[in-house]
Design a protein around this ligand. Structure first.
Ligand code: F6R
Ligand code: MG
Ligand code: MG
Length: 377
């Protein structure tokens, strides 16, 4: 029998700015899900937070994109938004972008990562949640984990894994529908890299084992920017990743986060900062950041979830956090200049765009300087 994992997350309000949801808000969403679980046919669920986002991890048998499950998450976040308003929380209801809910949270504001599969006898998987960044932030860690033998020795050591992985990559700049391409590692390694170097535009949506076709990864690829047509916060993406046996080991999946790679997002969604691996439930701080990522490990059996294990709570990650903090400070030293801020098209606030529009008419066109030099001007 097939099990579905649905992981749906949203920012519906937080304390002290865009920092962390209140306990009351978190419990309101949790209680709503707990009270509705039987009617919706949930087998199990777990609640998570990272920064100002709340995630609902659900197991059921309905398959992906099912209206009952999406409606449950939507209504739970709405109950949370009401609680947030009642407490005067900042950004109450922020990610609930549509008035008329159509039965699927995709394109309505919340992020969603879902996967349906036949459970293995032992079914370990990981859930990642990031705050103050975009889904392209996962490109490099996923490339290294699933395509780079320098990171994942399993690609050399396991005959199943050495058959490689199929990457499904989405062009998130396309707004008329979903534009996707499928490429195989290792044969198409350079093509995959050529796309994934551009985190703003190309985003890993899913990865499949080529040994048996089984899905390993499902990423939320929503761009709030595209839905709302204006700034509503960065997407703060999530993903589900099955691990072990034909898939990379847990340690191989999380190891690339030791790079604390620079990603877009951070303050006002408009800066470039290191992605810091933090414990689940961690808030954000320095310049509304730096961008953070959490990773929880679970096992599932007949749809029942174990308790989570926090993968970035291990002492190893303290030194990575120190390094990420130093990278963050170094980048902030150069303020708005050059590489410290995202490109023009990715700016989340319109201020700079308006300044440039106003200045445009004040520019004067004069003869090119080499021509002036030739005439002695
Ligand atoms: C970034 C983020 C924050 C806000 C910033 C200003 O994703 O959530 O950095 O952009 O705190 O917020 P507003 O415009 O709501 O005052
Ligand atoms: Mg927020
Ligand atoms: Mg957030």
């Amino acid at each position: 029998m097939q099990t579905t994992l649905s992981f749906i997350k949203a920012d519906v309000g937080s304390i002290g700015g865009h920092v962390a949801p209140s306990e009351h808000l978190f419990q309101t969403v949790r209680n709503y899900v707990a009270e509705s679980r039987d009617a919706a046919g949930l087998i199990d669920f777990q609640m998570l937070t990272t920064g100002d986002d709340i995630g609902i991890l659900m197991t059921h048998r309905h398959g992906i994109g099912h209206p009952t499950i999406h409606r449950l998450a939507w209504d739970a976040f709405h109950a949370g938004a009401d609680a947030a308003k009642a407490q005067g929380l900042y950004g109450a209801g922020q990610d609930l972008l549509v008035d008329a809910f159509s039965g699927n949270v995709r394109g309505a504001g919340p992020g969603v990562a879902e996967m349906e599969f036949e459970e293995r006898p032992n079914e370990p998987f990981l859930v990642f949640m990031a705050d103050k960044t975009e889904p392209g932030a996962f490109n490099l860690p996923l490339y290294r984990a699933f395509a780079d033998p320098m990171n994942t020795a399993g690609l050399l050591l396991s005959s199943e894994m050495s058959k490689g992985f199929r990457f499904r990559i989405m062009d998130v700049s396309y707004t008329q529908g979903d534009r996707v391409i499928e490429l195989n590692a290792p044969e198409n390694l350079y093509e995959i890299a050529a796309l994934l170097r551009d985190n703003d535009r190309f985003v890993v949506e899913a990865i499949f084992s080529r040994a048996d076709g089984d899905q390993a990864v499902a990423v939320s690829t929503t761009r709030l920017h595209n839905i709302a047509g204006k700034y509503t916060g960065k997407d703060d993406p999530v993903y589900i990743c099955r691990v072990q046996k034909n898939f990379p080991a847990t340690g191989e999946i999380i190891a690339p986060y030791a790079e604390a790679p620079f990603v877009n997002g951070w303050m006002r969604g408009s800066h470039v900062g290191p992605l810091m691996p933090v414990k689940s439930g961690c808030s954000i701080s320095y310049f509304d950041g730096p961008p953070v990522i959490t990773a929880l490990g679970f096992c599932v059996h007949n749809g029942r979830l174990t308790e989570p294990v926090d993968l970035f709570a291990h002492p190893y990650w303290d030194s990575v956090r120190m390094r990420a903090a130093n990278k963050a400070t170094e980048m902030r030293r150069q303020g708005f200049s050059g590489a410290a801020m995202v490109s023009y098209g990715e700016l989340e606030y319109g201020g700079i765009v308006k300044i440039l529009e106003k200045l445009d008419e004040r520019f004067v066109v004069r003869e090119a300087s080499h021509a002036l030099a030739a005439t002695g001007g």
